[in-house]
Every structure is written in C-alpha cells, then in structure tokens.
Ligand binder design. Structure first.
Ligand code: MF3
Ligand code: CO
Length: 248
C-alpha cells in the first residue's frame, strides 16, 4: 500500500530532508583526494548528530556506518573503511539518511574528486539528469512505472545502463516503505501515485553493464565489468500539480 502523509508529517519529513541536503552540501565542500572513505563517514556522522538527528543507516540491518560511500565501480552500499583512500579521478557516491522527530530523509550525490575523465563526468551528469527526467510531469495520478520508464529512456539514449537490482522506495516513519520505485519500466503501468505520498527516486546508472555482484561483506555492490557507476537521489512529495523535492 502506498501511504499518504498528512501536512504535519510532511513538515517533519521536510526537516529531516533539510538535514540530508545540508549534509550532502557539507560533504561536497569537504571531500577531496587523500581522504579515506571512513573520514567521509565521520563528516556525515558528526554533521547529522550536530543537527539533532540520527544517522538512519548506522545499524540498519547491521550496516556498520552512517553513510554509504561508493567509489568508481561500486554502485551502492560501499562500506566506509580506513584503507580506501580517495584519489584524483575517482567518482564517489555518498548516500545518507537522517532520522529526526520520527521521520527519515534520504538523499545521495556523486562527487568528482579533482579532474575526472570525460566519460566519468558525463556519467555523473547524466545520472543527475536521469532524476530530473524521472520527475518530469510527475504528479498525483501518474502511473508509478512512468518514472522508471523516463529514467531508462534517458540513461540508455546516452549509452549507459540502468542498475536493476536496487530501486527507490517510499519513505516516512520507516526508511524503506512501499512502493519500490524501479529506474526502469513500461510507460503507463503500475499503481497511480496518490497526492501526498513521499518517495525516494534514486537512479543508479552504469557506464557498462547493469549487472552487479555483492562482495563478501554482504553489502558492497560492484559492477560485473568494473566500469564506473553513479547514484543520485532525492526524497520527493507527490502533489496534485507536481512534486516538491525535499532534499534540494
Ligand atoms: N540510503 C539507502 C537508500 O537509498 C539505504 C542504504 S542501506 C543502509 O535506500 F544500510 F546503508 F542503510
Ligand atoms: Co533511498
């Protein structure tokens, strides 16, 4: 069932999402070559705590950190550690959630470390654009899989592929609620989204194959061909006449 939120609940979600947005901006201002992924995680932990919120990811299904920090061929759920040092030319996805007043906010960005290859730069840009394509025309009554259809069309028309095994999701009192929001699909299919439902739309786009494998740590998802992937995510409220993006 796709839950509808009250304006009071949306106000609380807005606050959690504001922290996510500010944290992502903060990370963007600090992330640089020479930093370990663990240091990125510490920035996130400290920022979220100082904002009076809790990092939702920490301890979620046993996840050991506050952020997912995914470098190059790691698609999502890269576990921060003190051995992985960011280097010039890397692309790094940072995905984080903040929990405050009973509600979660969720967002992700992919950062370029110094000068990156033209292909990586294009991948990061197209992934971000995929999100905006996905929300084009989105409003109450839109069939759910229209989102994925638009994301997929745009990604594939740019020569990239859409990760299949991870999706966006509803959000609220739980970090993951109904519905799953795939980044691929058939136009005009799926349940119609009700006004005031809140969903996370998060294209994960790969330069090569969309096939992934999860490392022995049980989390880290890497592309099978080791080509880079990027991730971009916002939490949005579906309204009668469009969307309200809470993490931008
Ligand atoms: N923020 C992620 C999402 O978009 C969740 C990461 S899983 C966790 O759904 F274990 F790291 F929390
Ligand atoms: Co999410």
């Amino acid at each position: 069932m796709i839950a509808v939120k009250s304006e009071e609940e949306i106000a609380l979600l807005r606050e959690s999402c504001r922290i996510v947005k500010e944290c992502l901006e903060f990370v963007g201002s600090r992330i640089r070559a020479g930093m370990t992924t663990k240091e990125v995680d510490e920035l996130v932990y400290n920022f979220i705590k100082a904002s009076g919120a809790e990092p939702s990811c920490l301890g979620y299904c046993g996840y050991p950190a506050s952020a997912c920090v995914s470098v190059n061929e790691t698609v999502v759920h890269g576990i921060p550690d003190d051995e992985t040092v960011l280097r010039e030319g890397d692309i790094v996805s940072v995905d984080l959630c903040a929990y405050k007043n009973g509600f979660h906010g969720d967002g992700a960005r992919t950062y370029c470390i110094g000068e990156v290859s033209a292909e990586k730069k294009r991948l990061v840009k197209v992934t971000e654009e995929c999100f905006f394509k996905g929300i084009e025309g989105l409003k109450a009554g839109t069939p759910l899989y229209d989102i994925g259809y638009k994301v997929q069309q745009y990604a594939e028309s740019n020569g990239f592929s859409v990760i299949r095994s991870y999706t966006g999701h509803g959000i609220g009192r739980e970090m993951h609620e109904d519905p799953a929001v795939p980044n691929y699909g058939r136009r005009g299919t799926g349940p119609r989204l009700p006004a005031n439902c809140v969903i996370c739309i998060e294209p994960m786009i790969a330069a090569g194959t969309w096939r992934v494998r999860v490392l022995d740590d049980g989390w880290t998802a890497v592309t099978l061909d080791k080509k880079p992937a990027a991730h971009y995510e916002n939490t949005v409220v579906v309204r009668e006449d469009g969307v309200e993006i809470l993490t931008l």
